[in-house]
Each structure stands twice: as C-alpha cells, then as structure tokens.
Write a protein that binds this ligand. Structure first.
Ligand SMILES: Cc1cc2nc3c(=O)[nH]c(=O)nc-3n(C[C@H](O)[C@H](O)[C@H](O)COP(=O)(O)O)c2cc1C
Length: 185
C-alpha cells in the first residue's frame, strides 16, 4: 500500500472477524516498530504479543480491572464484561511497554518514540489489511496486569493494541488542515 493511502485510510478498528493472524505476520509487523525517530536511540520499548490461552487470561484481567474501577456503578458489570469480550474478539493483543528513564525530560521524549513505534505497528498491520485499536484505560495501571506481564520496577505499559481482520471499518472525520495551519514567510 502506498504510504499516503495508508495514512489516509487507516482507521481504529473495534470489530474483528473470527480469523487468526499467523505469528509470522505479527513478527513482521513488530519488526517495523523500532524504526521511528528516537532521541539518543534509547530504544525504550518492549513488546509482548499475546494470543490464545494468554489472551483469555489478559481478557479476564481486563474485566477485573474495569470492574474494580467501576465498583458500585450500575453499569459496572456490563462494562467489565464488554471490556473482556472486546479483547477476546481480537486475534492478538500487543502490550507496548516503556522502560522509564529516571530523568523526566528523557522519559517524555521516550514516550514520544513509544507512540510512534505503536503507530508503526498499526500502519504496517493496515498494510496487511489487519485492523488495530489502541487501548489504554485501567489496564495500564493495574497491579495484577503488571505482575502478569512480569514488569520490572522501571517498566510501564503504555498501550494494549488489539489486532484482527476488520469486520467493520469505521468512518471518521478530520478538520481540514487549512483551519489549523499558518504559513509565516
Ligand atoms: C494515546 C491513545 C490512547 C487511546 N486510548 C483509547 C482507549 O483507551 N479507548 C478507546 O476507545 N480508544 C482509545 N484510543 C483510540 C482513539 O479513540 C482513536 O484513535 C480515535 O478515535 C481516532 O480514530 P482513528 O484512529 O480511526 O482515526 C487511544 C488513542 C491514543 C493515541
């Protein structure tokens, strides 16, 4: 796919077909993640590609994390079950993990590279006609999830990216750039 077409046509996909994605494709997609601007070439990332039984475990953890956050709310249980079902619909979930630099300025710059690395995954997936969805929410701060991912003290998850073949490709909009652009000569 031509790069401009990929940038314009990629959408965040919420609904996936019940179709698996070979591990070889996931490995290829991930191989593009590091090829982003990265100050000091610090390479602050680590990825965990999750499928099968492990994805079922993570889906359960997501349900529990959402439930804990929404305890007592009338729709808490329904939202938690929906959160679990969303993960189970994906063929894979990629946990994107940042190694935290002790220096706040470096940590901030590293996060910029983490976001770009995550976007690289999503774009290369799109090139394979694979949809993806960037999730944050309670999973990012949940102690049981950190333990499940075997995070060390200086690591934090920054994204959980659901991947699968799209069932529905949403339509969205963007403000024309002319409304946000000033040219100074
Ligand atoms: C840092 C970041 C965090 C996000 N977290 C969530 C999330 O937790 N839940 C969610 O529904 N969407 C989340 N999204 C996805 C956005 O909602 C989505 O990218 C947006 O709707 C634009 O859609 P598009 O990617 O199809 O253009 C996140 C996106 C980013 C960049």
């Amino acid at each position: 796919m031509e790069i401009r077409e990929a940038l314009r046509s990629r959408r965040s996909v919420r609904r996936f077909k019940a179709q698996s994605i070979p591990e070889s494709i996931i490995r290829d997609i991930l191989s593009y993640a590091p090829w982003v601007p990265n100050h000091h070439v610090s390479e602050p990332w680590r990825f965990v590609a999750i499928t099968g039984q492990s994805l079922e475990e993570l889906a359960d953890l997501r349900r529990d994390a959402v439930l804990a956050k929404r305890q007592g709310q009338p729709d808490g249980i329904a939202r938690a079950e929906r959160a679990r079902a969303e993960f189970l619909e994906a063929a894979w979930v990629i946990a994107v993990i940042q190694k935290l630099d002790a220096r706040p300025d470096r940590q901030k710059e590293d996060y910029a590279s983490m976001a770009m690395a995550t976007y690289n995954l999503m774009l290369v997936a799109w090139d394979y006609h694979i949809g993806s969805y960037w999730n944050t929410g309670p999973l990012l701060t949940d102690a049981a999830v950190w333990q499940w991912l075997n995070l060390s003290e200086d690591e934090r998850p920054v994204a959980f990216v659901r991947m699968g073949y799209p069932e529905i490709i949403p339509v969205t909009r963007r403000t024309p750039i002319e409304e946000r652009l000033q040219i100074k000569r």
